[in-house]
Design a protein around this ligand. Structure first.
Ligand code: ADP
Length: 161
C-alpha cells in the first residue's frame, strides 16, 4: 500500500491545505494528515480542535486519516509506514526551507518529499493570513471550509452579552 503524509500545523485548515490533501488522496492509496504538536507555540485552536475540523472536512475523501505527532516528522512517517511526504509549494519563498527539510529527511530516514504546486486560487493563502483577516471581521468565506469559518467567528469575535 502506498501511503503519504501531509504534515503541517493546520491552525486552522484552509482551502489551500484541502486542495493539496485532496490531490494527494487521488495519487496514493492512503494519505495521513499529520498535525504537529508544537509545545513552544500555542495556536489559536488546540490540536484536538484542529484534528476535529480536519476530520470533518476530509471525511468525504475516504482514504484520508488525521493524526497528531510530536518530534521528528520522519519518525512519524516510519510509525505510519509512509515513505512519502507531500508538501504544497506556494511561491519561491517556500522553496529554500522546504528543500533543506526534504534533503534532511531523505538523509535521516530515506523518506522522499514530493512538492505539489499550489492551485493558483490559493497561492496567497496561509492560516496566519486567514486568522488576521478574520480577527478584523473580514470575510474568509472563499478561503476556508464553512466549519472553519464558523469556528473562527466563534473564537475571534466574543459573543455580546
Ligand atoms: P500555514 O500555517 O503556512 O498555512 P502549515 O504549516 O499548516 O501552513 O502547512 C502545511 C503544508 O501545507 C505545507 O506543506 C504548506 O506548504 C502547505 N500549504 C499551506 N498553505 C497552502 C496553500 N495555500 N496552497 C498550497 N499548499 C499550502
Amino acid at each position: 500500500m502506498r501511503r503519504a503524509v501531509c504534515p503541517g500545523s493546520f491552525d486552522p485548515v484552509t482551502n489551500g491545505h484541502l486542495d493539496i490533501i485532496g490531490r494527494a488522496s487521488r495519487l496514493f492509496d492512503e494519505v495521513i494528515v499529520g498535525v504537529l504538536i508544537n509545545q513552544s507555540k500555542s495556536g489559536l485552536f488546540s490540536v484536538e480542535e484542529r484534528i476535529d475540523m480536519l476530520r470533518e472536512v476530509t471525511a468525504s475523501y475516504g482514504n484520508v486519516r488525521v493524526e497528531s505527532f510530536r518530534g521528528l516528522l520522519v519518525d512519524f512517517c516510519r510509525a505510519q509506514r509512509a515513505t512519502v511526504l507531500i508538501k504544497g509549494l506556494r511561491a519561491v519563498s517556500d522553496f529554500d526551507y522546504e528543500l533543506q527539510m526534504a534533503q534532511m529527511n531523505i538523509g535521516l530516514a530515506g523518506v522522499e518529499t514530493l512538492f505539489m504546486p499550489t492551485n493558483p486560487l490559493y497561492s496567497f493563502l496561509s492560516s496566519s493570513l486567514v486568522k488576521d483577516v478574520a480577527k478584523w471581521g473580514g470575510d474568509v468565506t472563499p478561503h476556508v471550509p464553512d466549519v472553519v469559518r464558523a469556528a473562527l467567528k466563534a473564537r475571534l469575535v466574543p459573543p455580546s452579552t
